[in-house]
Design a protein. Structure first.
Length: 340
């Protein structure tokens, strides 16, 4: 028996099949008509596509870099931002109570580059990273926020790729390449400015052993996208390399200021996920070198408390924290509704 080829079907309730199919991938064969009976205005499709691109494109990215008394590392990090292929970003150093050496490091970079740096500081009163992050979020001018740490040196396309992959209802999850303390100390400003610091053969010559993580340096745009899709781990919010829309972060009230070291970034990402803002891997598109440093502020009690908070976020599907940018603990649901 010979079968005839079925006619191509499209929805009846739209005059623009390509746009409708793209906006609603769950369209079925119900309520469809043969494709040849449909007229398609390509100019309207192109206009719709352009408007969607504008919606997804940040007006301005504010980069927020946290630091605490690591002026040598911060100088190298800021020098990395001075080499970016895109210079249309705001840079904020979120300082958790450092001494004057950090101010000297920022001034050095300001005086030896075109980089503009805003310094947001509060007094040293123990580990209060979430507090200074929330303060910096409130100060940020951008509609899109990119977060990293003061010991993570970005490659020169770092900001550009966060611009490139920004998308509504999505946060971006990158990663970092850990360097041992010996290479962290020997890395120079010239290594960063020339780009040598991000070449796998240079790192090998410095004594770094072979690792599959070298793929981050050689993947290129096409293979980076493939490797991101093949990554089996779930994309999460991490402090070294993550970004999202400011209004999404404000909608969940920023970082929970009860959180100390250990999962404080992931807790924000978990509330974003509960709110319908999902993570996307860009770990092979964005490279940061993590300089090794001591963490003398880690303790078991804080870890246990953090895990307890994250468990409640998971179990209760929480999106909002009462201990964030707005201090809403004690307020009723009706009060929150009226203030919104």
């Amino acid at each position: 028996m010979r079968f005839s080829r079925p006619k191509r079907l499209v929805p009846q309730n739209t005059k623009n099949y390509p746009t409708a199919a793209r906006l609603n991938p769950r369209l079925t064969l119900l309520n469809c008509v043969p494709y040849k009976q449909l007229s398609w205005d390509k100019s309207k499709y192109d206009a719709t596509r352009s408007s969607n691109q504008i919606v997804n494109s940040p007006r301005l990215i504010s980069v927020i870099v946290t630091t605490y008394n690591q002026p040598e590392w911060l100088t190298k990090v800021l020098w990395g931002y001075a080499q970016q292929t895109r210079s249309d970003f705001e840079l904020i150093v979120a300082d958790d109570g450092s001494d004057d050496r950090t101010i000297d490091a920022i001034d050095y970079v300001r005086n030896h580059s075109d980089l503009q740096v805003e310094h947001v500081w509060h007094e040293d009163d123990g580990f209060r990273k979430c507090n200074i992050l929330n303060k910096s979020i409130s100060r940020a001018s951008g509609d899109y926020l990119l977060f990293s740490d003061g010991d993570c040196v970005p490659n020169n396309t770092f900001v550009a790729n966060h611009y490139r992959f920004a998308k509504r209802d999505t946060f971006l999850s990158g990663g970092c390449f850990n360097l041992p303390v010996s290479i962290s100390q020997s890395l120079t400003v010239d290594d960063i400015e020339s780009g040598r610091a991000f070449q796998w053969n240079f790192l090998r010559s410095q004594g770094l052993p072979w690792s599959r993580r070298y793929l981050r340096f050689v993947a290129g745009n096409y293979f980076a996208n493939v490797l991101n899709r093949l990554t089996t781990t779930k994309p999460n919010w991490n402090g070294s390399n993550s970004s999202g829309w400011k209004d999404d972060i404000l909608a969940v009230n920023g970082f929970d200021e009860r959180m100390k070291y250990g999962g404080l970034d992931r807790e924000l990402g978990e509330r974003l996920e509960n709110a319908g803002v999902h993570g996307k891997h860009i770990r092979f598109n964005t490279v940061v070198l993590h300089l090794d440093s001591a963490r003398d502020y880690i303790n078991e009690a804080d870890w246990a408390r953090n895990l307890e908070i994250r468990q409640s976020v998971h179990d209760e599907r929480r999106t909002w924290t009462d201990f964030g940018i707005r201090k809403t603990f004690g307020e009723s649901t009706e009060q929150l509704r009226r203030a919104a």
